[in-house]
Design a protein around this ligand. Structure first.
Ligand code: 6MZ
Length: 375
């Protein structure tokens, strides 16, 4: 598709804009090329037929139901510790290449006796991926002293804005452990205790996700309450399908963040706005899965206009063929936000991260430098 010059500039600006991603499911970020590669390997050894899965993997539009069918396939293909580490590394590289400066990835720890995987060893494999990337991956973006930026930005050489790739060119990654709505009370509790125990390794909170048509919120309440009692942050997938009873209970629980909130009744909407609970907005995910009819009527606009805390996220970029830069572009082109407003939106998200205060300050400094470069 040909873009007009103005649009092209906006695409580039969204790409270079420093961003904070707070709602991305690890296995939903997997590169389709890797999925195909893994399916091909299984095809060769006769474990599955690639032709059966190729169309499923490459399809762009999928209903919520198809989405969860694809996750089932992905989980069959990604059972190996080594693969989990590789996916993590690639996902972080992908976000870094989109100028994400802080990434809160989330994933459901999996237990699979057949391959000797426990929830703990699964999380260790993810952490190994984070460490591997962190050790070697400088962020190539706005700040990363790319020739074109530094050469033309003599002003960056002022004492407070010196270009220093090592100091400022890294993506910061933290992890949330997800409870899948299919899990039992014990399974949910195991995940929360594991997350709490491993918090010194960069696990900063808990997420409740999974097929919203499955499971009962009450099952997870003891585990989520326990997390809350420890002061451990909790993010909930909320109202991805209409479910007023559950939405009421979730709002009353007062989580630290809510994802989606597509189906709120008027009274719940008022409660949300009064609560000030930040919302993780996943535009493309909501459109592709038919949660919202079109971008124009997406509730981002109402939240933004009400000055409610929001953060722009991708949910599952590998599944929905999107990127975080594209999500910002959609916001700009459909709701008329200009680049400084996008930058402000992204910077505000630092407040809603589960990072510690020291890291938040570091991130704020990064954004101040970006404002400087943007001027
Ligand atoms: C609810 C979702 C989701 O955990 O294996 N997940 N849960 N709504 C969504 N909207 C589309 N997208 C992804 O990543 C995949 C898992 O994330 C959750 C589902 O539980 C899915 O199985 P991990 O890394």
């Amino acid at each position: 598709m040909m873009l007009e010059a103005g649009e092209e500039r906006l695409v580039r600006a969204c790409q270079r804009l420093p961003k904070v991603e707070l709602h991305a499911h690890l296995n939903g970020c997997i590169r389709p090329s890797l999925l195909l590669e893994l399916a091909e390997e299984r095809d060769i050894v006769g474990q599955l037929s690639l032709s059966d899965f190729k169309d499923v993997i490459l399809k762009e539009d999928r209903s919520l139901e198809e989405c969860f069918k694809l996750f089932a396939l992905i989980h069959i293909l990604t059972t190996d510790h080594g693969i989990i580490t590789r996916i993590t590394k690639e996902v972080i590289e992908d976000f870094a290449s989109e100028s994400v400066v802080y990434l809160e990835l989330r994933t459901t720890p999996k237990h699979n006796e057949k391959v000797g995987m426990s929830k703990r060893s699964y999380v260790e494999a993810v952490l190994a991926g984070i460490r591997a990337t962190d050790a070697a991956f400088p962020l190539e973006s706005f700040f990363a002293c790319e020739e074109k930026i530094c050469a033309s930005s003599a002003t960056m050489e002022t004492p407070n804005h010196r270009c220093d790739e090592k100091k400022i060119g890294r993506i910061h990654v933290r992890l949330l452990l997800s409870i899948d709505r299919r899990e039992s009370v014990e399974g949910a509790m195991e995940t929360v205790r594991l997350a709490w125990e491993m918090r010194h390794l960069g696990i900063v909170g808990i997420d409740l996700s999974g097929d919203p048509c499955i499971g009962d919120w009450k099952t997870f309440l003891p585990a989520l309450t326990w997390a809350k009692e420890q002061g451990f942050p909790v993010a909930l997938h909320c109202a991805e399908v209409p479910n007023p009873t559950e939405v009421e209970a979730m709002l009353a629980f007062r989580p630290d963040r809510l994802g989606h909130v597509c189906f709120l009744e008027d009274s719940e909407w008022s409660k949300l706005l009064t609560s000030g609970i930040p919302v993780e907005v996943c535009l493309t995910s909501n459109i592709r899965t038919n949660r919202v009819q079109s971008i124009e009527v997406h509730h981002f606009s109402a939240l933004y206009n009400a000055n409610h805390p929001v953060v722009i996220c991708t949910d599952d970029p590998g599944i929905f063929s999107t990127t975080i830069s594209r999500e910002y572009f959609l916001i700009a082109s459909h709701f008329g936000l200009k680049v400084p407003e996008l930058l402000h939106l992204s910077k505000k998200a630092i407040d809603f991260t589960f990072a510690d205060e020291k890291l938040k300050k570091t991130l704020l400094r990064l954004f101040d430098q970006a404002e400087y470069v943007l001027d």
